[in-house]
Design a protein around this ligand. Structure first.
Ligand code: SF4
Length: 216
């Protein structure tokens, strides 16, 4: 029997740049491939190529860093079915595991020990039609929902969805991020304050520290 494997773009150790664990040392496992094409995508280098690795080999490479936190990201990690097995194995190994997903694919089979950080794609992303709204009732108080805001229209849309789906009381964190180079961070911060929204404003820490260099 062939051992299960995944196409991997990179495995690296850095500081978590986003979400509620921002700033914590974390091993990132970046899976290759994504069926979406968001206009602001900063990981296009993960769309193609990659190295096929057995799941045991991925676990062995993660272990070399002796991490507490492991983040499985992409691309869109759930586009490869064996991602679900990898998540199980990482949890069984005792890591605090998070999954970054576009929100376009089902999240119900993800190991319940995993923190799911799910995007809701705004109109400005160009991929709003890919949101899988059936995912929202599947999320709980361990999970996080992220909006990347490109302009005022996106902000209004996100604010409406926040209210429509009562997101702040459904998940642990609702994250609002300014799309890099499209909306000034201070502008988004002021909109949030003016409306007193129950969301966490975030900047991408890894971009502030290392610009957009792969491997961080
Ligand atoms: S879902 Fe993520 S990886 Fe895929 S195109 Fe959008 S931003 Fe890029």
């Amino acid at each position: 029997m062939t051992q299960a494997s995944l196409k991997i773009t990179e495995i690296f150790y850095s500081l978590q740049g986003e979400s509620s664990t921002v700033g914590l040392p974390t091993v990132f496992v970046r899976l290759t491939g994504c069926p979406l094409r968001c206009g602001y995508c900063d990981s296009e280098y993960a769309f193609y190529g990659g190295e096929r690795l057995a799941l045991d080999e991925i676990l062995a490479r993660v272990a070399t860093y002796k991490p507490t936190y492991v983040c499985v990201t992409g691309g869109e990690p759930l586009a490869q079915r064996e991602c679900l097995t990898l998540l199980n194995m990482l949890c069984d190994a005792g890591y605090m595991v998070s999954l970054e997903t576009s929100g376009a694919l089902p999240v119900d089979d993800v190991d319940p020990r995993v923190v799911r950080v799910m995007d809701l794609k705004t109109p400005g992303s160009g991929e709003v039609g890919r949101n899988r709204w059936e995912n929202i009732p599947l999320l709980g108080d361990r999970d996080q929902i992220k909006f990347v805001i490109c302009d005022r229209n996106d902000y209004e849309w996100a604010r409406f969805k926040l209210d429509e789906h009562q997101l702040a009381s459904r998940v642990a964190e609702v994250l609002f991020s300014p799309s890099f180079g499209q909306v000034a961070p201070v502008q988004l911060a002021e909109w949030i304050l003016a409306d007193n929204l129950p969301v966490r404003f975030q900047l991408q820490l890894h971009k502030l520290l290392w610009n957009d260099t792969p491997g961080h």
